[in-house]
Design a binder for this molecule. Structure first.
Ligand SMILES: Cc1cc2nc3c(=O)[nH]c(=O)nc-3n(C[C@H](O)[C@H](O)[C@H](O)COP(=O)(O)OP(=O)(O)OC[C@H]3O[C@@H](n4cnc5c(N)ncnc54)[C@H](O)[C@@H]3O)c2cc1C
Length: 477
């Protein structure tokens, strides 16, 4: 039986960052990952020499935000480089379009050009987001939804709709998302948006894994944890599906809380287990990955993410996901291959696209019967914004919510962990620490007080949790 100070279950970005901090502090750490690659939803895969990203298609905050700070703190800045694509996003509703640019001043101009009568309100709104710190914003928006906040700045419905669009980045509409979560998301996506790792998204988790191993950490790939074993309410280690036992003083789960309590802990009677039924999870996605016959420039010269909505954006979108299968009201299109190259060798003949829309979790059988139709409808929908797409497709790969579930064991293939409603923010709702002694959680299944926000929130939780664990260890000595 191997013995470690810490075992981390899952090599998602949360598990990797937390692992690096703990290994840096001199602990003997092992990360166990069931897949062949590290990265979880931030990993990539290759099909017919085309490289696709499973989930993450862009990152924010490398120059001015938390991700940049953490990469510097972990001495990773030289190991992984990013292209910043500008503009980062284009939001299209009914022919009206707004670009989100690398320079926030240019983004504000975009809004003012499109909505000149709202100039003052636009400036007030953006300065509220940009000039206040977390504590100031929290004081003003606590208890509000993002819609409540927008109503306090604007009365122009169309403008509000344009601003609301980006909350789809975390799978929730403005009517339900906590204002604090949306404002933090906007800070990241407006102030310093549009980063993509040179060489491909997989390079990001790979760089983290190399750093972890260089600091003495061990990564075990292609091995699945079957059970966590506990004795006298204290964790002792894990059992793998291969039957191997790994002993550890501390255990950190980077895995969905549902999977951790129901499967790995065998429904142990605990606060965490009893909470599961009460909490809402984020929705999953139907994703179309496309490899193109020719270079992307045949189709478009714009390579920013496109967020295309039917007008009006329906508040009921997320509760009607099954109905949306027949009539697709929203798609997000991104172009990973366009961003992975250095300026000097930007041309690729393996151009790729990722198209996503939200979708209901249904059985494998349901998706076997529905996915081809959904693919066809998705391509028809994207043809409206990228005419000629159909003729450019060489290969396509489809992922349903069932695929996402199988890949990470996230309940129903949830893409962003817990849903970021006002009721599900507090750090005490689903805390980093369980009542089982020495069992901790990291990643988008931990509530930190701010709501979820993809990678930036995951790394925030990972750093915080590593610091708290190290603090506890020091106190016990
Ligand atoms: C399609 C899609 C697009 C997205 N786009 C973006 C984006 O552009 N930007 C952004 O910031 N965020 C994006 N997100 C969200 C972001 O990917 C996630 O919030 C983040 O990657 C979650 O990281 P994590 O470490 O918490 O968990 P995960 O990535 O879920 O990692 C958990 C890991 O645990 C492993 N595991 C599970 N069970 C076991 C077991 N029993 N034994 C061993 N290993 C196990 C899994 O295989 C997995 O590798 C997207 C998500 C999706 C699905």
């Amino acid at each position: 039986m191997d013995r470690y100070d810490v075992v981390v279950i899952g090599a998602g970005i949360g598990g990797l960052i937390c692992g690096i901090y703990l290994a840096n502090a001199g602990l003997k750490v092992c990360i166990i990952e069931k897949n062949a690659n590290v990265g979880g939803y931030c990993a990539s895969f290759t099909r017919n020499n085309y490289k696709f990203d499973i989930g993450v298609h862009y990152l924010g905050g490398i120059k001015k935000g938390l991700l940049g700070k953490i990469l510097e703190e972990l001495d990773l800045k030289d190991r992984i480089q990013f292209n910043q694509f500008d503009p980062a996003d284009k939001i299209i509703i009914d022919g009206k379009k707004i670009y989100i640019r690398a320079d926030p001043k240019e983004t504000i101009k975009e809004f003012i050009i499109n909505f000149p009568k709202q100039k003052d309100n636009i400036e007030k709104f953006f300065s509220f987001i940009m000039e206040n710190n977390f504590a100031q914003i929290y004081k003003k928006v606590s208890g509000l939804t993002f819609r409540n906040l927008l109503d306090s700045f604007f009365d122009d419905y169309e403008l509000k709709t344009m601003i609301e669009g980006l909350t789809y980045n975390i799978g929730i509409s403005a009517k339900f998302v906590a204002a604090i979560t949306a404002v933090i998301l906007y800070k990241e996506y407006l102030l310093d948006p549009g980063y993509y790792p040179i060489g491909g998204m997989q390079n990001f988790p790979d760089a983290l894994a190399n750093k972890f191993e260089q600091n003495g950490g061990k990564i075990v790939l292609n091995k699945e944890v079957e059970n966590i074993f506990i004795q006298n309410k204290k964790v002792k280690g894990v059992k793998l599906t291969t039957g191997e036992l790994i002993n550890s003083k501390i255990l950190i789960s980077n895995v969905d809380a549902n999977h951790t309590f129901k499967k790995l802990l065998n429904k142990v009677n605990s606060k965490g287990y009893n909470l599961l039924k009460k909490l809402y999870i984020s929705p999953s996605l139907f994703v179309v990955y496309l490899g193109l016959k020719e270079n992307l420039t045949n189709l478009t010269n714009e390579t920013c993410n496109i967020w295309s909505f039917d007008n009006p954006i329906q508040d009921s979108y997320f509760s009607n996901l099954k109905k949306n299968l027949k009539n697709i009201p929203f798609v997000m299109v991104s172009f990973p291959s366009a961003h992975e190259y250095r300026e000097e060798d930007k041309i690729s003949n393996k151009s790729t696209m990722q198209i996503f829309q939200f979708a209901p979790f249904e059985s494998k059988r349901f998706w076997e019967g529905s996915k081809d139709l959904m693919y066809q409808k998705t391509i028809e929908r994207v043809e409206k914004i990228l005419p000629g797409l159909k003729d450019e497709i060489k290969i396509s790969v489809l992922a349903t919510p069932f695929t996402f579930y199988k890949y990470t064991y996230s309940k129903n293939g949830a893409a962003f962990g817990w849903l970021s409603t006002i009721d599900q923010l507090k750090s005490t709702i689903f805390p980093w620490k369980s009542e089982i002694s020495n069992l901790f959680f990291v990643g988008h299944w931990v509530t930190t007080g701010e709501g979820q926000g993809g990678i930036s929130k995951v790394i925030f939780s990972a750093r915080k949790i590593a610091m708290l664990i190290l603090h506890e260890i020091r106190q016990k000595k």
